[in-house]
Design a protein around this ligand. Sequence first.
Ligand code: NAP
Length: 259
Amino acid sequence: MDLNLSNKVFIVTGGAKGIGAAISKTIAEEGGIAVVVGRGKADNIKITDEIIKSGGKASYVTAELGTPAACREVIDFTSEKYGRIDGLVNNAGINDGVGLEKGSPEKFFESLHKNLSHYYNLAHYALPFLKQSKGNIVNIGSKVAVTGQGNTSGYAASKGAINALTREWAVELLPYSIRVNTVLPAEVWTPLYENWINSLPNPKEKLEQIVAKIPFEKRMTTAEEIADMTVFLLSSRSSHTTGQILFVDGGYTHLDRSL
Ligand code: NAP
């Protein structure tokens, strides 16, 4: 199946590591141009070099996305360099463990900035270009939005809001033929996941317990499996799919946990 991504421009936040890196690479493998956005310059250079050495097209913007100005710069850079934006992948996020009990109003608000505000800000600033290209938005959410996790109020609130905004933006953008969807992972081995599991007592045992409860093949989802769904949604081959929240999680969220 040709995804028709040739020379189309896609912004991927958090595109240098984990799930975002897999999305950036898959976009480039399919002939698209990946604009990698992340706060680590060395990470950004590493992934763009890797893509370019494999014959793909990519560039990067180094930005901490917690302010509207930083988001504006990402859109300005991309539109000035390529003259178009065909898709936005809102992926950057961090499970920062700001709980109800072990947290504070200030930390909660900060967590919303780290995990939610930039999803809106980038979509807002990208909109004029997405209208021109009839492009689309894919958000990366989390199972936490529907299952809860405990001790992570800021992250959970952000991911819940992202599900709601997926429907809200899909409706608002109908007149422009801009599609909006969310891919929702549960357990994917990435630097973020590794840090999180290592923050728990007995991480090895905890990981074994989690993996044993993943219904499909008792294994974690790979970052590439999340990327494949994301890139399919970005492509014109999913041209009548909008407002959807797709769980790419081996059945973890919905199937019977006693399986
Ligand atoms: P990751 O391994 O930490 O990679 C995320 C990348 O985004 C990192 O390079 C990180 O930079 C960057 N980043 C995060 N916040 C940023 C910000 N405010 N500004 C600029 N860059 C930022 O994470 P991942 O596991 O691939 O997660 C990607 C997405 O999937 C997140 O939205 C996460 O909530 C979601 N998700 C993941 C899982 C999972 O099992 N891994 C499950 C559910 C949902 P640093 O390296 O400097 O932190």
